[in-house]
Write a protein that binds this ligand. Structure first.
Ligand SMILES: [Fe+2]
Length: 483
């Protein structure tokens, strides 16, 4: 493990890579690391905010003379913002995983789209005699599992972390999953995390599981057999159910055996005729209660779900098709940035559990992604969703959608590209939106990232804390209370 220096830069140059009003900076590497770096604060961070926002995402897009081709393949960089007494400190780190060491040695073989080229690729395939081995480049999300901060990715190699975000090992389970979601749904009401994996074989299945608090095992909930496995990114729970939404982005396993396939991305094909399937599973019995097929749409992220009478109400971010997956290649992003990417829409599906038709309505007309709701309302009737607002050029904003009334409040600033917002409720809050929204944002006018603290009720800015450098756009994070 490379030693890092407190309050100083251990690697690289923290200065901005470019100085322009240009969001492509968010797809450029940042090699600097920090430990407990105090950040200046403009405005006032509420003194009740006491805990840690930990986020995950790619930090380096090239190493050892090679470059990754897809945003999803960049080397994991963990970022933590520690809040106490109205102040905030920054820690960032690249876990020294096998993938990290290989990349620095010149083998930048990402899992999603990047693979070796030419001779090294052919030799790589011969050496492995099959599809790429799962990577431990856990760059998608984080969770606390059995008390241990863990970095998650879409294959079952999850990396455990120390408080200073250095890797301490790998989380091993006894089950046999080929892929896993990096999204573990936290249910505070039942003190467990819920997730799923995909098992490929003569028959394929989605394996739904829970990880109860205080335990270190994936406990099976249900096994849902499917003819053709599909790319599914997350799942969502109600009090009683787990819901899996499977868009018709099919995984062609035969292509995995071809030496010409370059990573997972090339194994995917969009088959709209097959429609999008919804699987509603009873959390206690494991029974498949409903599995309707609806008109095709693509989704990465659910927003929330709850039971309403005899129907599951399911809110998610829907795209017309899976073009977004290709549009997140680094080539496409560097050509057009976020501005050219397709827009996701906040859609509400009402799924009758007695076999009736699924109905669909839109809750917000703007484009959005990376939605979040506060922990106490997950799986319950709720009113407010927070997300990155995406459909203006020259900025990403933040939106608070009142899903009950179909109204929204937005926050924008020219040149600022807001990442995933996390809503943190004030301790003792009685209103759902009593708290703050935390989000890093790339300030392209200053060529650096700032951390935003907004009032969750009004979206007024309470504080911003400028970082010493830019952070490449990340994916997901969680807020952990100090307690
Ligand atoms: Fe995600």
């Amino acid at each position: 493990m490379t030693a890092r220096w407190a309050n100083t830069h251990a690697h690289g140059d923290p200065k901005p890579a470019v100085s322009s009003d240009d969001a492509t900076l968010g797809f450029r590497s940042q090699t600097a690391e920090f430990v407990d770096e105090p950040l200046p604060v403009e405005g006032e961070i509420p003194s009740w905010l006491d805990g840690r926002l930990v986020r995950n995402g790619p930090g380096r897009f090239e190493a050892g003379g090679e470059r990754f081709t897809h945003w999803f393949d960049g080397l994991a960089m963990l970022r933590a913002f520690d809040f106490a007494d109205g102040r905030v400190r920054l820690t960032t780190a690249f876990p020294r995983t096998e993938a990290y060491r290989d990349a620095l040695d010149g083998d930048a073989s990402g899992q999603f789209a990047t693979d070796e080229t030419g001779l090294s690729k052919t030799l790589g395939w011969l050496r492995r005699l099959g599809p790429p081995e799962p990577t431990d480049n856990a760059n998608v999300h984080v969770a606390r599992i059995d008390g241990t901060l863990t970095a998650l990715t879409e294959v079952p190699r999850w990396v455990t972390l120390d408080d200073d975000l250095t890797a301490t090992g790998e989380l091993a389970f006894e089950d046999d999953l080929d892929t896993t979601t990096a999204h573990l749904t936290r249910d505070d009401h039942r003190d467990e995390l819920v997730g799923f994996g995909t098992s490929f074989g003569r028959t394929h299945s989605y394996e739904l599981f829970r990880i109860p608090d205080g335990q270190h095992r994936r406990e099976p909930i249900a096994s849902v057999a499917v003819d053709t496995p599909r790319y599914v990114h997350d799942c969502v729970t109600t009090r009683e159910h787990v819901v899996v939404v499977a868009p018709p982005l099919e995984i062609d396993l035969l292509r995995a055996l071809s030496p010409f396939t370059e990573g997972f991305f090339e194994m995917l094909s969009w088959n709209p005729d097959a429609g999008t399937r919804l699987f509603v599973v009873d959390r206690d019995s494991g029974a498949l209660i409903a599995s309707p097929t609806v008109d095709p749409f693509f989704t990465f992220h659910s927003v929330n779900a709850h039971l309403d009478g005899r129907a599951v109400v399911l809110d998610l971010v829907a795209f017309e098709d899976a073009a977004i997956v290709a549009d997140l290649s680094l080539d496409a992003l560097e050509r057009g940035g976020y501005d050219d990417a397709p827009q996701g829409r906040l859609v509400r599906l009402r799924v009758p559990l007695d076999g009736g038709d699924v109905t669909r309505s839109r809750r917000y007309d703007g484009g959005l992604e990376l939605p979040t709701v506060p922990r106490p309302v997950r799986g319950r009737p709720y009113r407010y969703a927070y997300a990155q607002a995406t459909d203006r050029t020259g900025a990403n904003g933040l939106v608070k959608v009142d899903v009950r009334r179909g109204r929204a409040r937005e926050w924008w600033e020219r040149g600022l590209y807001v990442e995933e917002p996390r809503m943190v409720q004030r301790p003792g809050a009685t209103r759902e939106d009593d708290g703050v929204v935390l989000a890093p944002a790339l300030d392209t006018t200053q060529s650096r990232t700032v951390l935003l603290v907004l009032d969750a009720r009004t979206l007024e800015e309470l504080a911003r804390a400028p970082l010493p450098h830019h952070l490449p756009f990340g994916f997901h994070g969680r807020f952990f209370d100090r307690s």
